[in-house]
Design a protein around this ligand. Structure first.
Ligand code: CP
Length: 309
């Protein structure tokens, strides 16, 4: 396929194919190799129209490790502020020979729109509340790396499910892999009827935590709340925040995860985020391998290199 927009519709075989490729990437770079020439001569453009620390920097690093040339454009520093459209901006990059356009945008469908209108491969780095497939893949990779095959694993996603592209992409990916998905959060932040997708919804966080293999803790997406937050952050922390006491409900081998950025003291306490059960920093590190894998699969597959054989 030319573009990578979301995980909906991918088979378990296709997802494991990406994870295996990422695993090879991780192996190469933990053997102190700094760079491979796989994407030499290719150009990757990062178009970030929403703030990002992890996703943008890891796409930058992933492309550089594969020897691609990288250009980064942010909304504030681009001619978008002078009225240029997203598509005209992307086409401007394309005529400068971009092979891959990585895009983050506040509008759901922005990545697909670019994919449909550009010859370059388009990679979705988050489109509004719709999808964040590379984040879901790095979350799934982290669980697979630590606990093995996902089939039958109990994964809890807790927090603002309604506004979360991370939750949506995780649900598509985890369902394809046969995991048991639990969702927990205030009723105001859980989409109505989501059980029909094949997930279990819990209101009681302590009940939801029992017996899970991993808990992925999401922040409240204040930037996407249109009608004010209910419950308040204080109430949320009390009712759903993961603190040391609630962590005790977890199996000792269960993973504590968070896609970041964290709001310490709201959805997660520092002594949980920094505990031995936490794999939050590993998620970030695995993000580079996942993004290298996707850049390779979209733009470099025809390139044969012994380090990637
Ligand atoms: N998880 C995530 O997408 O983080 P950034 O917004 O920092 O990229």
């Amino acid at each position: 396929q030319k573009d990578f927009i979301d995980l909906e519709g991918l088979t378990d075989e296709e997802i494991y194919g990406i994870l295996e490729t990422a695993s090879s990437m991780k192996d190469i770079f933990t053997r102190s190799v700094k760079k491979v020439p796989t994407l030499r001569g290719k150009t990757v453009v990062n178009l970030f129209f929403e703030p990002s620390t992890r996703t943008k920097s890891s796409f930058d690093l992933a492309a550089k490790r594969l020897s691609a040339d990288v250009m980064s454009i942010s909304k504030k520093a681009s001619s978008v502020v002078k009225g240029e459209t997203l598509l005209d901006t992307a086409r401007t990059m394309e005529v400068m020979a971009a092979d891959v356009v990585v895009v983050r945008h506040s509008h759901p469908g922005a990545a697909k729109y670019l994919g449909d209108n550009l010859q370059a491969a388009v990679l979705n780095a988050g489109d509004g509340p719709h999808a964040h497939p590379t984040q879901a893949l790095l979350d799934i990779f982290t669980i697979w790396d630590k606990l093995g095959e996902l089939k039958g694993k109990k994964i809890l996603i807790i927090g603002d499910i309604a506004h979360s592209r991370v939750a949506r992409s995780n649900i598509w990916g985890l369902l394809a892999l046969g995991a048991e998905i639990r969702l927990c959060g205030p009723a105001t932040l859980i989409p109505m009827g989501i059980e029909q997708a094949g997930v279990k919804v819990y209101q009681d966080v302590d009940e939801a935590l029992k017996g899970v293999d991993a808990v992925n803790i999401l922040r409240i997406q204040l930037e996407r709340q249109e009608r004010g937050l209910f419950p308040s952050l204080r109430e949320y922390r009390y009712l759903y925040g993961i603190n040391k006491e609630r962590q005790k409900s977890l199996k000792p081998e269960a993973l504590v995860m968070h896609p970041g950025p964290m709001n310490r003291g709201v959805e997660i306490e520092s002594n949980v985020a920094d505990s031995k059960q936490s794999v939050i920093t590993e998620q970030v590190a695995n993000g580079v391998a996942i993004r290298m894998a996707l850049l390779y699969l979209l733009a470099g597959k025809e390139v044969k290199h012994e380090a990637l054989a």
